[in-house]
Design a protein around this ligand. Structure first.
Ligand SMILES: Cc1cc2nc3c(=O)[nH]c(=O)nc-3n(C[C@H](O)[C@H](O)[C@H](O)COP(=O)(O)O)c2cc1C
Length: 324
């Protein structure tokens, strides 16, 4: 393709990109057309200062949106070549996509594309059915295909050890009034184009639960009962922890989430042990892996749910002004 991307390409692909997950559904991204390239930018006005002081969560979310953008362009027959953080003078510019040689989309790209509108965070308890080994392999392959790793915790003691780290991180975060205020600010009891709908928050978490909830939970549950028998927990990590590594992790996260959706699995995300630096280090050491944990996934077979709202795509586009 010798001409660049058009405003139509941008609008169609961005409408798919915004289906990506983001901390508290803040949707911290912008998309623009420059010299025939589509560019993905972090929107610092949507960073959560208490929950995400370093901007890690913004870059992971933008990486996930970038993955959707790549898939949408590939399926439209205009696949992209991507440069991450192409201009050191503009740190919020996270990626620039230019047209690559046109080709037909692969079957994998097609099935991942179909999964995009079906994916959502499922915070309800999962069924006891174990995740079969071929599905586990596919999730690991999805992370590796994007240059990351996915460590699935095997056995009750590994999950319990992780749960201890996650619950202590949760307690540290809960002591911070600014963190709690941010969560309340983004929890929605009325229809809204962003934030977490109370209906998507899942049940209340209780002290005996192995994994902590974020605290969006509203629905009551029977006292004293376990949340679920034995969740499959996966830690997704990257080789390093630069801004580029975090964007790469976001792409890998989205590929894993879409692969899970494609094979009928439900997922919710946990990042308390990533947000507290000492907990993140404990987690890294406990895994004995080279690299940096970037996010944690709870994976299983879930009850049906529905995708959460997004802002109108025009709100996140910077289109060139056409001279009159
Ligand atoms: C970096 C990152 C961290 C997240 N951390 C959590 C978390 O700790 N707990 C949680 O319930 N959801 C978490 N989420 C999921 C978001 O709340 C969710 O993506 C958002 O509300 C949009 O909903 P959706 O995933 O259903 O589209 C996280 C998402 C991202 C990208």
């Amino acid at each position: 393709m010798d001409i660049g991307y058009t405003a139509d390409h941008l609008r169609t692909a961005a409408a798919t990109a915004v289906r990506a997950p983001s901390l508290h559904n803040t949707q911290p991204w912008r998309f623009r057309l420059r010299d025939g390239g589509i560019e993905v930018l972090a929107d610092p006005s949507r960073r959560l200062p208490a929950t995400d002081p370093s901007g890690w969560g913004v870059r992971v979310a933008c990486g996930a949106a970038l993955f959707n953008l790549r898939i949408a362009l590939a399926v439209a027959g205009v696949p992209a070549r991507v440069r991450l953080r192409p201009d050191p003078a503009e740190p919020d510019l996270l990626a620039r996509l230019v047209p690559d040689i046109p080709r037909r989309p692969s079957p994998t790209e097609q099935s991942l594309h179909l999964a995009i509108p079906r994916r959502f965070s499922n915070r309800l308890p999962f069924w006891p059915d174990p995740v079969p080994s071929d599905a586990r392999w596919r999730l690991g392959d999805a992370a590796r295909a994007e240059g990351c790793w996915l460590e699935l915790l095997i056995g009750v003691s590994a999950v319990n050890a992780f749960g201890e780290i996650a619950r202590s991180a949760h307690r540290v975060l809960e002591r911070d009034p600014a963190y709690r205020a941010e969560r309340e600010q983004w929890l929605r009891h009325e229809p809204a184009p962003d934030g977490v709908p109370a209906s998507a928050g899942g049940p209340q978490h209780e002290p005996q639960d192995v994994l902590p909830g974020r605290g969006f939970g509203g629905r009551d549950r029977a006292p004293g009962r376990d949340f679920e028998p034995e969740p499959l927990v996966g830690v997704l990590g990257s080789v390093g922890n630069t801004a580029i590594d975090q964007v790469v992790a976001g792409q890998a996260l989205q590929r894993v989430l879409l692969t899970a959706t494609d094979v009928g699995l439900a997922v919710s995300l946990l990042s308390q042990p990533i947000e507290v630096p000492t907990a993140r280090e404990q987690l890294r050491v406990s895994l004995g892996r080279f690299g940096t944990p970037q996010i944690v996934l709870r994976i299983g077979y879930g009850q049906p749910g529905r995708p959460t709202p997004r802002r109108e795509v025009d709100e996140v586009l910077d289109l060139p002004v056409v001279p009159a």
